[in-house]
Ligand binder design. Sequence first.
Ligand SMILES: O=C(CO)[C@@H](O)[C@H](O)[C@H](O)[C@H](O)COP(=O)(O)O
Ligand SMILES: [Zn+2]
Length: 198
Amino acid sequence: MTNQQILMHFRESAELKMQAAEQLADPISKAVEIMFTALSNGNKILACGNGGSAADCQHFAAELVGRFERERLPLPAMALTTDSSIMTAVGNDYSFAEVYSKQVQAFGQAGDVLLAISTSGNSGNVVQAVQAALEREMHVVALTGKNGGVIATLLGESDVNICVPHERTARIQEVHLLTIHCICDGIDNALFGGEVNE
Ligand SMILES: O=C(CO)[C@@H](O)[C@H](O)[C@H](O)[C@H](O)COP(=O)(O)O
Ligand SMILES: [Zn+2]
């Protein structure tokens, strides 16, 4: 690989981040508000996604249960991507499309939040998890890309779709991770008495 090609990746990623910032600021603030309200009410956050997005779910849960940048009490967030027995049992006995929705039905309660991550917005198991969450009167914070896919069509007023305006999965994922860090900082600001909409 040439330095030129590497430079192209860095430039495309940096340009997308700058371009997306204005478009995503409002939905990111809304996501912080939804999550902070849920946590303040004693509710929890469940997260699901595939591949790189599964890693993002775990990254997010680690920052809430452990910490982000400031010392604080552990916050209840759980990645639904990590229990290989549940994943293989549900995948084998039912279908891979149900590996997350079954867990949402098992753990989700009204007022909880589902963080649903899919760059296409079309992964069947994430779509079904969103449907299961909405049936349980949970809120959904979706991290998507492209045109938001099926997930974008399912959400209502009390949910939010943070849709990265790009077609390339890797680039969308890079903005998802930045968004996750913004959300963590927003939750910490709200906890430490700052404005949610600063
Ligand atoms: O990380 C990557 C590609 O950058 C892959 O692992 C990617 O996450 C997987 O192909 C996923 O299955 C894509 O699903 P989705 O984002 O469309 O829901
Ligand atoms: Zn990736």
